[in-house]
Design a protein around this ligand. Sequence first.
Ligand code: C5P
Length: 242
Amino acid sequence: MSRRRQIYEGKAKILYEGPEPGTLIQYFKDDATAFNAQKKGTINGKGVLNNRISEHIFTLLGQIGVPHHFIRRLNMREQLIRQVEIIPIEVVVRNVAAGSLSKRLGIEEGEQLPRTIIEYFYKDDALGDPMITDEHIAAFGWASQEEMHDIADMAIRVNDFMCGLFAAVGIRLIDFKLEFGRIYDNEYSRVILADEISPDGCRLWDMKSNEKLDKDRFRRDLGGEVEAYQEVARRLGLMPEG
Ligand code: C5P
């Protein structure tokens, strides 16, 4: 555990001051929450797996030109990241109906969507992260039109890449959540991908059996959370035994 100054503690991660200005250390906890933290628990070893999975995906995204905050993994639970000004929007990309979309629109879980859908939610625990539109984002100044254009563009590139990455290992990417942040170069700012990409924020189904390999195992009391996260890491080639 790091002895550096703590900057922020979230539900699944802690941010500490980094070794250089403009950097932070992102620590991955084993804590799991669902339904706006009404359900709480621990998934032993989740933090280690998410740190590794997120490192892998961010590294590959960097190689295809998606700008992001990840610098390098420091140890089992920590990674060095660039400090960003977080944009208070959760960007959800959906390929297949599931979760809140199925509930809201009465579409059966597992139904392929006619096209990829991007949804925005306002990051506010007290309000339960309500769904918002571009209109709200523009009216309340949470992000500029140009930033939203970049965000949507990056979200689609991340989706295209991740659909292929997971399909190659027999996993269907149902949906996932992204977060973005601003970095400043003198008076200019630009938006980069932030937070993490892991089974905590993605729905991942085995292509043959439709078995859930993500946090829905915890949300829906299905059991086998650790094994599911390990299976994702194993298929991505990230487990020591291959
Ligand atoms: O619950 P919902 O169906 O809207 O979730 C869509 C996707 O976004 C899921 O993959 C879920 O794991 C992720 N998500 C998240 N954090 C939230 C809300 C959703 O990672 N606060």
